[in-house]
Design a protein around this ligand. Sequence first.
Ligand code: PLP
Length: 405
Amino acid sequence: MDLSILANEIETSPTLSLNEKAGLLRKKGEPVIHLGIGEPKNETPITAVTRSQELLKTRNIKYGPTSGQPALKQAIIKYTEENYDRQVSQGNIIVSTGAKQSLFNILLSIINPQDQVVLLAPYWVSYPEIIKLGHGVPLVVNPEPGTFQPSVKDIESSINPQSKAIIVNSPNNPSGLIYSDEFMAELVDYCERRGIYLIVDDIYHKLVSDGVQPSPAYRFTNESVDNSRIIVVNSVSKLYGMSGFRVGWVVANADLVQAMTKIQSQTTSCASLVSQAAAEGALSGAQDVVEELRMSIENNRKLMIQHLDTLSKVQITPPEGALFCFPDFSGYDNDSTKLANFILEKALVVTVPGIPFGMEGYLRLSYAGSSSDIIEGIKRIKWVLDPDADDEIIMGEKKVIRDWL
Ligand code: PLP
């Protein structure tokens, strides 16, 4: 077929294709456990449901302003004040169809063909592909050996005149790392001195464990939002468990927001008004829904670490936030794709290989699902990989014999 270079070069999101694979196996009646899941399992906050129902009842849902409904922007202004200690105006905000579209809008607004965007490994799988779709070039900086933390020195020495922006995601998908205050302070200072955009993907910023708090990048600058090169991305997908509503937003300087609005006006026009109403309901309703979600995820995290610890050759760096653990499985096999496929085939457990996150030898395991899935899923992984595990296991209704170790 005659397809564009872009269409041929771009990778399908491995997490979304794993969802499909797991769905097909489930349809066949296989007792699949999905530890690849990237979204919380909570119910939609009631205030989100009520607000969108009110709008639906008007039976008058048309196009809205490209950059977002004023009422939602007002809720975002309050959110920014409460969580970032920054006063912003409606002109500093653009609402989009999920944080993913926000990232597209940002990159299409700031990079020219062949400009580089720095990614800190391990990074979210979609960043390199979004950069490539914007005709940019991902420039990966690896962490210090044995850690998930890169040094600012390494970032500085990788950067060259073609480098336009750095993307930071803290808590991080896939590692769960929260970058230290010192690191964020140095990075903000460096970006300001060099005139490089710092794109801060904060979509997990309240999903933290053990009382660790990520420091907002804004804390380390004296510049106003309108003079700053810091761009903050948020969404209701993870903190409110509203991934299906597809609402994200950006807070940035007003000129950049205007450029992004121009681009969005030629793509999706505006985010769905029903979803924007739901997002406004979530942001302005009782915030204990976020805390409840955080606590259940924190409990699951504890369970996951405890059970992973029973595997003989896994190295765990305990996650500090987000929904994922990113253990080093290279003691079993350094080829993470091969290992994830083997685990899916033999144990019917979905995990995500580390390679598309920029780190081979690792697997991403999600603790966003149920505690029983975490316990059973890791028991099955151990059964598949560890010589000291039992030879037999019951999966669903079936007794399965292990004959490969
Ligand atoms: N950024 C990161 C780090 C993510 O993990 C995800 C989704 O998994 C997104 C952005 C996209 O979020 P949204 O669902 O709001 O588009």
